[in-house]
Structure formats: C-alpha cells, structure tokens
Design a protein around this ligand. Structure first.
Ligand code: PLP
Length: 418
C-alpha cells in the first residue's frame, strides 16, 4: 500500500537494523514505583479529570497516545507497552496485542475486507487460518478466498480480482516450511492496491516481513514469542492508521469483536521478550543439528537451513543474519503408522520430547500435521499443499544435551523405519 521508494528492501533493512538492536532501542518501561519491571495496570476502566475528555476520546480527538485511557477493551497501558516492543521487533510503526493469534488474523481480515471482498491466500497455512478463510468467512461474511501456491507468482497475479483486498501468506508456512517470496508478493500487492498480510509466527527475529514490503505482520504470540507454552495470545504489527482503525471505538474490528489481551498476560509476555533472540538462536541450532542427522540417515527431512530445501536460497536472501533457519523441521515417515511409532518412541522410550501441538517451547514438541493442526483441510487440499499423512512436524526445544538428544532422535528414527 505504501509507495515503491518506501519499499526498497535493502534501504529499509539498513535503516531498521537488527531485531535485537530495535528491541533494545525501545524505551525501557519502568514500573510505577521505579521498579525495573513493567507495572501491571489491572483496571478495566480509567478516570478522566474533566467531563469533556470522554466525548473527545469517543470522537477520536484524544487517545492513549496522548495519555487518555478509557476502557480495557480499547487500550490498556501494560498491553500497549508490550505492543511497542512488538512493533520494534517487527520494524512497524505500531502494533496491538490480542487474546490469540486467530483473533489477530480474523481482526485483520475483517478490518481489510467488507462483505463481497476477496482474499488471495497461500494454499499452505495453519489449519485454523485455512478454515477461517475457506469456510467461515465466506459463509458468515461473504468474504471469499482463492487459494494459490504463492511460489507461483503468475498464479498469484491471476487470482487477484478488482475486489481483492488482502494477499495473505505465512513467512515460513505451517507445516510445509515453504518460504514466501515476500518482496515479490509485496510488489504484486502494491501493483493491485491490496495489503500483503504475513503471519510471521514461525520466524520471529529470523525474518522481518515489513522490511521486505509486507503491510501487516501478525503473530501467534502463543508460540516462540512467549516461549513457555503457558499463554495464548496474538498481535498485529502495522502502521499507525491501520492499528488505530482496528481500535476505532465505533467501527474497529478488534474493538467490536472484543478479543482484548489481559494485561497480566501482556506483562508475562513482556518479561520473556528480551530472551527471544537467544532462544531463537538455540531453537535454530538444535533444529539444524536434528535435521542434518536425519538427512544423514536418509530421512525425508525438510528444513529451510538445509541446502536441499526448495527455498533455501530465497530463505538465505530474506533471513536476518545470526538467528539461523528456525526451530521447526519436518520428517515424512511415509505413513501415519510409522509417524505414530516415531513420535511414541521418542516420547515414551527416549524422553526426547512430547507429542503435542503448538511450537516454540523449551521442550521439543511433535505432531502429525494432517491429523492435527491441518485436520481442517480435506484430502485434496492436503495433497495440493504437500502435507502427506506420514509427515511429522517437530518444534526443536533446547532442553538437555544436544549429543544425548541426537542419539535419542536417531534411535526413534530407526525404530520407526526398522
Ligand atoms: N498462525 C500459525 C502459523 C499458527 O501455527 C497458529 C496456531 O497454531 C496460529 C496462527 C493461531 O494462533 P493461536 O493459537 O494463538 O490463536
């Protein structure tokens, strides 16, 4: 949506610096009494000194950026403090946090599309996002989606109609780990006057979609960013007008649908954010070691950091240096039965990790995507997206000694393929 000059990726990246530097440059928020941590503002409503301020807030003449808070579903100071840090992480002007990643995604689509509008989306998405676009929004709001292979740029362009408002993809797709060519997709979006919305849940620190031309970046904070598998949360990172629009008291999608983040959750996530770059490096280091070992054993393993990955060169071009290629890899065991043996052996015999959905935890998490987080997709959509039923998605944790974990993984693979 912004002009071409503002989207020169090299210039933007140079000016924006590294995610760690951007995070460090956000003003440290002290607690109310000078504490080194944020205070948690628990109030759901806020007083004003003069009666005239309330109508000013409702008419949009005063707001939280001028220090006027109103009501917790609108803006909360603790949630805003976390939002500022997430905006810094993603190099956007502003951000706002939501009660879940799905709340962020649905809020962005509904803020961008009216009834009758259209979305072009990658055919490989987290199953919940796929179901939202494939089933829920067409039925409930007459917002249709054409799913395409976003690696096929000509197909993306062909799918766009005069009613297309959003081009939607994941930076690293769940679960295929295909990498989106963000600069090329951003150029298509700009040519057609639609927004490029990128779910960056799999790649915080690693990829900065805004610096490659994305207009809006969404996250499930539930995953790597919180990192402790104890909070469900999400965020939208974008320019100020877009964020303010989502919180417009009268028409904003987040304001009216109401998926507000609890300030206590905002505090928790904020305390974990400073360790995110360190954690991402270690998740990546482990995932690379596991994927390399499995590849040596002859496994059908997919990891963006391996030269065998179809988008390895693209990934290296997009990635911020120093954070590796992410904490996720997949291995196709060839059948659901073998996938089950692999995961059960690794959990129950080796204590290598857990059979559980989600990702970005200190412990390794394993799930068979077709039967779990992509189960919304029918057989045709799974085949189209390239998600075989024997595929196991692994989110590499960082507990335990790497050498021990590698030996466990090797025994698990041998047990499943004996
Ligand atoms: N985006 C991706 C890539 C995901 O993997 C998920 C959940 O697994 C979501 C969004 C949804 O996030 P949440 O569970 O926080 O609503």
């Amino acid at each position: 949506m912004a002009d071409d000059a503002a989207h020169d990726p090299a210039a933007r990246r140079a000016a924006a610096g590294d995610p760690v530097a951007r995070l460090a440059a956000t003003r440290h928020e002290f607690g109310e009494h000078g504490g080194v941590n944020l205070s948690i503002e628990t109030s759901s409503t806020f007083t004003v000194l003069e009666a005239g301020i309330l109508p000013d807030i409702f008419q949009g003449r005063s707001g939280p950026r001028g220090g006027c808070f109103l009501y917790g579903r609108h803006f909360n100071p603790t949630v805003m403090a976390l939002s500022r840090q997430l905006a810094a992480l993603e190099a956007t002007d502003h951000a706002y946090c939501t009660a879940s990643g799905m709340a962020a995604i649905s809020g962005v689509i509904l803020a961008s599309c009216d009834s009758g509008d259209h979305v072009v989306a990658s055919g490989t998405l987290y199953g919940g996002s796929w179901a939202l676009l494939h089933d829920f929004l067409p039925r409930k709001a007459a917002i249709g989606t054409s799913f395409v292979d976003v690696a096929d740029l000509a197909a993306v362009e062909r799918a766009i109609t005069p009613r297309t408002r959003v081009l939607y993809c994941e930076s690293i797709a769940n679960p295929t780990l295909r990498v989106a060519d963000l600069p090329a997709l951003a150029a298509i979006a700009r040519r057609h006057g639609c927004r490029l919305v990128v779910d960056n849940t799999f790649a915080p620190c690693i990829v900065s979609p805004r610096l490659h031309g994305a207009d809006v970046v969404v996250h499930s904070l539930t995953k790597f960013i919180n990192g402790a598998s104890d909070i469900v949360a999400g965020c939208v990172c974008a320019d100020g007008d877009f964020i303010d629009g989502m919180y417009d008291l009268h028409v904003g999608s987040l304001m009216l649908l109401g998926p507000a983040m609890d300030p206590r959750a905002a505090y928790e996530v904020a305390t974990r954010l400073p360790s995110l770059p360190l954690r991402m490096r270690e998740h990546s280091r482990r995932a690379l070691a596991y994927a390399t070992r499995l590849a040596e054993l002859g496994a059908r393993v997919v990891y963006p950091g391996l030269a065998s990955h179809p988008d390895h060169t693209l990934f290296m071009r997009l990635a911020n240096p120093g954070y590796g290629a992410g904490g996720l890899f997949t291995v196709d065991l060839g059948s659901p039965e073998r996938a089950a043996v692999f995961m059960e052996h690794l959990q129950n015999a080796e204590d290598f990790g857990y059979m559980a959905v989600s990702l970005g935890f200190s412990e390794t998490l394993m799930s068979a995507s077709a039967a779990s987080t992509s189960s919304e997709m029918d057989d045709a959509a799974l085949a189209e997206a390239g998600i075989p039923r024997g595929l196991v998605r692994v989110s590499a944790g960082y507990s335990g000694r790497l050498e021990d974990r590698l030996a466990q993984l090797e025994r698990g693979y041998r047990a499943a393929t004996a």
